[in-house]
Design a protein around this ligand. Structure first.
Ligand SMILES: [Zn+2]
Length: 413
């Protein structure tokens, strides 16, 4: 099972927007760009919303049949670990092996020594074509092994468990994005060495890039530095494929990839220049479009949207806690519940919609609502009924967001 050159990960907290999401991929196909849709949902999301992994598979199948999509599509068990993988086994064909927590945990001294020994031919001045020249010493190799070998061994343990329980017909991704420090191209190269050593046929790898990838908002960081790093990573992966015999479709996966508008140009240019593929993983951006659609619909839709805001504000600390490393909310910039309760649907939609040119847009409100989906989950049927009742308003926003603001900019000329 091989993942195509371009793939786009879509999360859908409440499982009603699969067809509206897929429509954006269909639009791209009409315009001549083939993108494989991947529906992703992490264990954390399933727990917060109270859904089972099988429901995502059903949603994907339903969306695909409703739009008569004939090409491949995948269902991603996102950020799973050995502790959480089992309930995803029967309904996923893409597994994101999360090893973030194991980064920095030391492997055994023998394993580290064996790694250094195995890759000692790189000691000296090493040239990564397209990514520059690096001085590699035994200490460099040991330091990489000390920081990352245990993480790769952890990924390998999950990988082997899935193969035993499910067979090898799936797409493995190794994700290292949920950690403190970005990985340098040189570290990435030796991480890929370890991945090959461990026999993981990784098709995508999600490093942590430089800068902040906060949920639902634009990239925060040095765009020029990101561009250099992204290009260096592409060159590093190409080199690692030839050096270590990794799958030839191995590509970068960009997590929290939604809404990072200021780096989409550099990404698109790099893909075009190199011919490389990419996986862009998005999640909560669709949930925010649901709120926008409900607000625009007015009536009970707007009441719900306002209630979600008021309750999110009230429970801000608890809602933010699981996402602490990927949000930056300035509480002083948040409107009060009273203020929001007095808004029209249009005001609400404009404050939330990711249009940085709009003076009403508020990125703090947007991040708070991003983590506020638990509030909607607790509304239960009332929320689901509103999604059904106001489907046209919601679906229009979901498709437009992915198509106009994401896919068009990332993949089209
Ligand atoms: Zn991630």
């Amino acid at each position: 099972m091989k993942l195509e050159k371009y793939s786009f990960g879509m999360g859908d907290r409440f499982l009603h927007q699969g067809a509206a999401q897929l429509q954006s991929i269909v639009n791209a196909k009409y315009e001549g760009v083939d993108i494989t849709p991947v529906w992703n949902k992490s264990n954390r999301e399933h727990e917060i919303v109270g859904t089972e992994p099988l429901s995502l598979r059903k949603e994907a199948d339903y969306a695909v049949s409703r739009l008569d999509w004939q090409d491949n599509y995948r269902v991603d068990a996102d950020h799973i670990t050995l502790a959480t993988v089992d309930r995803f086994l029967h309904c996923s064909d893409f597994f994101t092996l999360d090893v973030g927590d194991a980064i920095g945990e030391a492997a055994s001294d023998e394993d580290i020594a064996a790694f250094v020994d195995r890759h000692s031919k790189y000691i000296g001045q090493m040239n990564i074509p397209g990514a520059g020249s690096y001085e590699v010493t035994a200490t460099t190799l040991e330091a990489v092994a000390r920081t990352f070998l245990k993480a790769v061994q952890t990924a390998a343990a999950i990988y082997r468990h899935i193969v035993e329980q499910h067979g090898a017909e799936f797409i493995p991704e190794v994700s290292m994005d949920e950690t403190e420090n970005p990985q340098t191209p040189l570290e990435l190269f030796f991480i890929l060495a370890a991945i090959a050593d461990e026999g993981i046929p990784a098709q995508t790898i999600a490093p942590k890039f430089t800068g902040r990838f906060n949920k639902g908002v634009d990239y925060v960081g040095d765009v020029d530095q990101f561009e250099k790093e992204f290009n260096d990573d592409l060159a590093t992966i190409a080199f690692a494929i030839s050096e270590f015999g990794l799958p030839d479709n191995l590509k970068l996966s960009i997590h929290s990839g939604s809404d990072k508008f200021s780096i989409y140009g550099p990404i698109r240019d790099a893909l075009k220049r190199t011919g490389a593929g990419v996986h862009v993983k998005t999640a909560g951006t669709t949930w925010l479009e649901e709120l926008i659609g409900l607000a625009e619909a007015g009536g009970e839709g707007l009441v719900i949207a306002k209630e979600v805001y008021a309750k999110s504000l009230e429970h801000m600390d608890a809602l933010c806690e699981p996402y602490a490393t990927v949000i930056d909310i300035d509480a002083d910039q948040l409107p009060t519940a009273e203020t929001v309760n007095a808004w029209t649907g249009e005001q609400y939609a404009r404050a939330l919609r990711h249009n940085q040119a709009d003076p009403l847009y508020n990125l703090h409100l947007r991040q708070l609502l991003h983590v506020g989906y638990k509030v909607a989950a607790q509304m239960g049927d009332r929320y689901y009924n509103a999604l059904r009742e106001f489907e046209p308003d919601v679906a229009r926003n979901v498709t437009e967001n992915l198509w106009e603001r994401h896919i068009k900019i990332l993949f089209m000329d």
